[in-house]
Design a protein. Structure first.
Length: 458
């Protein structure tokens, strides 16, 4: 077999391949065998029909077509490997010559990974938020914990903000009660804003047994977006009682004996969270600067496929789960279809560039992925998917996606390496050290890469 490569542009090549006919022998034998099993000829047992009879009865052309279709993938792969190309997607194959007994010639056009020059990235400098945990942050965290341990008790008085009311609701549009506009026994915390606009004012001041009506725009259901007259009957009023913020509460809500120990632990936890957020911010900003440094030719077919995939996932998975279609989503976002398409294309381009650049750094820096790192990543992905680690691992293996997960971890480590080489300062100008060997830093980097590539929801 002979092959030649013609570069059409930095991301697309045309392979021209010539195959001596004798190299088709195995595929021809397989074609005759296959046809033998599919047809019957009087006077011959099935599977024992001579090749000359098959040629006479069904045509040599049918045999050649079957043989060529069988052989093309093998010859294409050999040509790709010989040229040391990294193809993207499926090739467009055109058989240019087929001479029975002499020669098979074909061309294959395919997108390839562009060759990238990775410049010195140690000069990248970014500024991120400072890690600062205030007393107010700590007290807010304690109040949230305190709120989780609140108790309720019935009261015989008018409902006020913060109380929980049990209500029956009936919504009418144009004087008709909606089929899905009746709800009974709904618990609602006054002031939470989690039900209908206008309900807070309607129920405030009512005791159990009280009734009120109000007008509100419906947020869902068959009459979503329409103005409705809503009748609300209060059947119970309950007050929320928060536990005292003291040592007894610390023992109730945590493993600590004193409130001061709980307060100190809350501060440490908030510091860890803010440091993780700071690391994530650094990863995102460094990645943006890295992309600016590298010239990445864009394979148009790959970009088109990526845009279509992202749009399909949004429409048929994410929005479907929210009960929205694309038109409603764009209305909520306040975007036109043109603006949405432009943003989607920009995100897809960033995802492709991220993968190309970081894969190049993986090769350049000889980044490897250990079994423990892969297991940790697999468990995190399993958790986000709602599957058990064993179920997720089985699905990954059966779907042949282990290399994909290895690539995600490797690219995360490559980004962490770039961040470690860059200069990261906080808002006060102090240089921050983000150790690329730190588990949380590496995890943040992998999550940033997944977000940029659009693989988080996939």
């Amino acid at each position: 077999m002979k092959s030649a490569v013609e570069t059409l542009n930095p991301t697309r090549v045309r392979l021209t391949v010539e195959v001596p006919f004798e190299e088709l022998k195995a595929s021809l034998d397989a074609a005759y065998k296959k046809i033998n099993q599919q047809v019957t000829v009087k006077g011959f047992r099935q599977g024992k029909i001579p090749a000359r009879v098959i040629d006479q009865r069904f045509g040599r052309g049918a045999v050649l077509e079957e043989a060529v279709n069988d052989a093309l993938p093998k010859f294409y792969t050999e040509a790709i490997n010989e040229a040391e190309l990294n193809p993207l997607g499926q090739p467009e194959v055109d058989i240019t010559e087929l001479k029975d007994g002499e020669l098979l010639s074909f061309t294959a056009e395919v997108d390839i990974r562009p060759t990238l020059e990775i410049p010195d990235y140690s000069g990248i400098e970014v500024t991120v938020d400072s890690v600062e945990v205030t007393d107010e942050d700590v007290e807010k965290s304690l109040e949230q914990l305190r709120d989780r341990f609140a108790t309720t008790s019935p009261v015989e008085r008018a409902a006020a903000e913060g109380d929980i009311v049990t209500v029956d609701l009936e919504a009418k549009v144009d004087g008709e009660v909606l089929e899905d506009g009746v709800a009974k026994g709904v618990d609602y915390t006054i002031g939470s804003g989690q039900l209908l606009d206008g309900i807070d004012e309607a129920v405030t001041g009512l005791e159990a047994g009280g009734t009120a009506t109000f007008t509100s725009e419906l947020k869902g259901g068959s009459a979503e977006g329409k103005e409705a007259e809503v009748k609300v009957d209060v059947t119970a009023v309950k007050s929320r009682e928060l536990p005292e913020l003291d040592d007894d509460f610390a023992q109730l809500a945590s493993e600590f004996d004193t409130l001061e120990e709980l307060r100190a632990d809350s501060r440490k936890r908030l510091e860890r969270m803010k440091k993780f957020d700071q690391a994530t911010q650094a990863q995102e900003k460094v990645l943006d600067e890295l992309i600016k440094l590298v010239e990445v030719p864009m394979p148009e077919k790959l970009l088109e496929d990526e845009v279509n995939t992202r749009k399909h996932n949004l429409e048929h998975h994410q929005l479907g789960q929210m009960g929205l279609d694309l038109a409603k989503y764009l209305e909520i976002q306040g975007k036109s279809a043109e603006e949405f398409d432009a943003e989607l294309k920009e995100q897809a381009e960033k995802g492709i560039k991220t993968q190309f650049i970081l894969d190049e750094i993986v090769n350049k820096e000889k980044v490897s992925v250990g079994q423990d790192e892969l297991t940790e990543h697999l468990m995190r992905r399993a958790q986000s998917s709602g599957m058990s680690p064993d179920q997720f691992a089985q699905a990954v293996v059966e779907g042949g996606q282990v290399p994909m997960l290895v690539g995600e971890v490797a690219r995360g480590k490559a980004l962490a390496t770039v961040v470690e080489a860059a200069t990261v300062k906080d808002a006060s100008g102090e240089v921050i050290s983000l150790d690329d060997e730190d588990e949380e830093t590496a995890e943040a980097a992998t999550e940033v890469v997944e977000a940029a590539e659009g693989t988080t929801e996939a």
